[in-house]
Design a protein. Structure first.
Length: 207
């Protein structure tokens, strides 16, 4: 294990449950990381308030005030640059960002399905879980992946699975999937912190 905590920027667009899980894992000493910055995509997010309550630096870059995605991206990355982090982590972040070359391979996301199924634009939250149920899937789960210039498309780092029950609703399945997310995201960050992920095209392996 590396002795120096990996420095994170966490990007949120909602309630921040994934952010809170990372905060809890760090506080408990199970994740050797330091969250240097949390960026919210609109004002008054619970996710941003969670960061404030934890004493973490925050910034808000309101997507609605930018008609140009390039300008929006420049503002987001300017904050990330100032924080001087090792890794940017999407945690319920809903917007595509143009990724500067220096951050390619240094931005990850967690998605609440087993990609490449049930991903893409507009597929987030309860919509994902309802689509899994409607399709008749017997297994669901979550995927941690690198972020590229397309929704839910980058190479997969790891996945965790759970059973889809016959009586599941989107809400009950979401609860079970999130229990797997709580395991998967910290583990992916640990692997990256220790430089154990090797990318070969679309495939990754753990060394």
């Amino acid at each position: 294990m590396l002795n120096t905590p990996i420095k994170l920027a966490v990007l949120v667009s909602g309630s921040g449950t994934t952010l809170q899980n990372l905060i809890d894992e760090i506080t408990a000493g199970r994740l050797n990381a330091s969250i240097k910055l949390v960026i919210g995509s609109k004002p008054d997010l619970l996710g941003v308030q969670r960061a404030i309550d934890a004493g973490i630096q925050t910034a808000v870059v309101n997507r609605k005030t930018y008609t140009d995605v390039q300008a929006f991206g420049r503002e987001v990355w300017a904050h990330v640059d100032t924080a001087n982090v090792d890794l940017a982590c999407c945690a319920g972040w809903l917007f595509l960002l143009p990724i500067p070359e220096k951050y390619r391979g240094r931005m990850i996301n967690i998605h609440p399905s087993l990609l490449p199924s049930f991903g893409g634009k507009g597929m987030y939250g309860g919509r994902v879980h309802q689509a899994v149920i409607d399709h008749g899937c017997k297994v669901s789960g979550c995927t941690v992946h690198y972020v590229d210039d397309h929704y839910d498309n980058g190479p997969i780092i790891l996945q965790q699975t759970c059973v889809v029950r016959d009586d599941d609703t989107a809400a009950t399945l979401a609860t079970r999937v999130f229990e797997q997310e709580k395991i998967a995201y910290p583990e992916a960050i640990r692997l990256l912190a220790n430089q154990r992920i090797v990318v070969d095209g679309r495939r990754t392996r753990v060394r």
